[in-house]
Design a protein around this ligand. Structure first.
Ligand code: ATP
Length: 503
């Protein structure tokens, strides 16, 4: 219909121009060029992502990841499997009149295995698997995103039919980009249309469809999602995928070292203890980096040494080529030894390694020995932690009579801890509400905490000033020393007093 109107209008324009005695050729050339440009841009936009998916080959759409390939995340896996069982036991759920499940939302920090979970879900359900990311839907042309959503759903159905499956899992990563609260974006028409289309597609998913489609969304900003998406009947199951705890980290390490030759003495339990706060993606990267280091050194196996070095790399970044002047290096060695001395005094055997090899933004680093994971922090713990943070700057002050800018990061950390102490009622102010307490009062308390911990660190460092300087000289020469060697140099007690035998 549209085509006929354009042809009719073109013919009328041609007759009109001829009648007026004007040459119609330039007009038609210009119109033709504009039409071609419009057609090109439109097709480029529409076809971009999902066409290329089809060319990957159909094997790509069958997931081979199973729940056994996911380490840790036991609660998340259990919740997800429970939800999937509703779909697997269709007859029973139908008999009880349970509303069919259409969407599951996986929330959690990056790299914790949300994509793996969705793939494992597709495997568990014997479904085809299609994945797309929220940002792939958003273009500057209104309507393109909505069109892509339509295409994705219809393609998933067609693909399942073609492969003889009656289920399809559509995985939408970065859901907050596509499903953010409506009316918030500057180009909101395009965003809103895209989200509306997703809601329409999800509402249209019925048990009677030849192919049952399950949508699994993933986000690390669930707070940004439009409420309509979280309504019952849409993403009404939410599964939290958190950073793994120690046992989970050990299992993830086991999975990723399965195909790698580990040298005798590499204790994954210990590596798991040392990697507090690491996501699954970090752990995978750690093991991979260790294997690369072994390869570079011409080794046949991955030893503890490569594991330790890879840990520093994943934690702090690649070694930098920063060339420090000798006096700067000496200062860094004093600074790091200062942290270590305070740490060893307050918490014996708490230092794993000490290094002055610059990595990422850090000029040196004290790596604490992996301690037991904790969810609660006492006042004593917080105060000790502040003193350890300030130990570097205090050592510089004691040895050189002045501090340097190298302590900026430590001060930031110490300040955050002091603020946390105040807001959680651990300071001498008792329980306070920040909004109802005068800023002056909070500031004074903050100063009090910081000053007392500076004094504490100063006392510790003054008492072992000579040992600190000797240890720093060794650190400067060796660039990296172990916790055991450090304790020897600082003349810390080799064993706890209780276990020492009297001579
Ligand atoms: P993002 O939010 O950044 O998209 P994600 O949560 O989807 O990340 P994945 O893409 O699933 O994370 O994980 C990235 C990689 O990290 C995986 O390919 C895998 O190698 C590893 N990984 C993450 N979590 C786990 C886990 N629990 N078990 C085993 N490997 C894991």
């Amino acid at each position: 219909m549209k085509k006929e109107i354009i042809i009719g209008a073109g013919a009328a324009l041609f007759l009109f121009l001829v009648k007026q005695g004007l040459d119609p050729v330039p007009f038609f050339l210009l119109a033709g060029a504009m039409g071609a440009l419009h057609y090109y841009l439109r097709n480029r936009g529409l076809e971009k992502n999902f066409e290329t998916l089809e060319y990957k080959g159909e094997k790509e759409f069958i997931s081979h990841v199973s729940f056994a390939d996911i380490g840790g995340q036991e609660t998340a896996k259990r919740e997800l499997v429970e939800a999937l069982d509703f779909l697997r036991e269709e007859e029973r759920t139908k008999a009880l009149g349970i509303r069919p499940l259409k969407g599951i939302l996986l929330t959690g920090p990056p790299g914790t295995g949300k994509t793996l979970m969705a793939k494992a879900a597709a495997h568990y359900m014997d479904s085809v698997f299609m994945a797309a990311s929220g940002s792939e839907f958003i273009e500057m042309y209104a309507g393109v995103g909505a069109q892509r959503v339509r295409q994705l759903f219809s393609r998933a159905r067609r693909l399942a039919q073609k492969m003889g499956k009656n289920r399809a899992v559509i995985f939408l990563d970065e859901l907050e980009v596509l499903g953010g609260k409506r009316g918030k974006h500057t180009s909101h028409l395009e965003y809103d249309q895209t989200l509306n289309q997703l809601l329409v597609e999800m509402d249209g998913l019925r048990a009677e469809d030849g192919v049952r489609v399950l949508v699994i969304g993933a986000t690390n900003r669930a707070d940004l999602l439009d409420e309509a998406l979280l309504r019952p009947g849409r993403f009404d199951r939410r599964v939290q995928v958190d950073l793994p705890a120690k046992e989970g980290r050990r299992k993830i390490l086991e999975i990723h070292t399965k195909n790698k030759p580990l040298a005798h003495g590499v204790d994954l339990e210990r590596v798991a203890r040392d990697t507090f706060g690491f996501s699954g993606a970090h752990l995978e990267s750690l093991v991979n980096e260790a294997a690369i280091l072994s390869f570079r050194k011409g080794k046949q196996e991955i030893s503890l040494e490569e594991m330790e070095e890879a840990l520093d790399k994943v934690l702090l970044g690649e070694r930098t080529d920063k060339q420090l002047r000798l006096e700067e290096l000496e200062r860094v060695a004093i600074h790091e030894t200062g942290h270590a001395l305070v740490s060893e005094t307050l918490r014996p055997k708490s230092v794993r390694t000490l290094t002055i090899i610059p990595r990422g933004r850090a000029l040196g680093f004290m790596r604490p020995a992996g301690e037991e994971e904790r969810s609660l922090y006492t006042k004593k713990y917080m105060e000790e932690q502040i003193a350890i943070c300030l130990g570097g700057a205090v050592a510089e002050e004691v040895i050189y009579g002045e501090r340097s800018t190298g302590a900026a990061n430590d001060l930031e950390q110490a300040a955050r801890l002091a603020r946390d102490m105040i807001t959680t009622g651990l300071s001498s102010l008792g329980v306070v509400d920040e909004d109802c307490t005068p800023q002056k009062k909070i500031y004074r308390e903050f100063q009090k905490i910081m000053t007392s911990q500076v004094e504490r660190a100063t006392t510790i460092i003054e008492a072992k000033k000579d040992h600190l300087q000797q240890a720093a000289v060794v650190l400067l020469a060796e660039e990296k020393i172990s916790g055991a060697k450090l304790r020897q140099l600082l003349k810390m007690d080799p064993e706890p007093a209780a276990t020492r035998t009297s001579a």
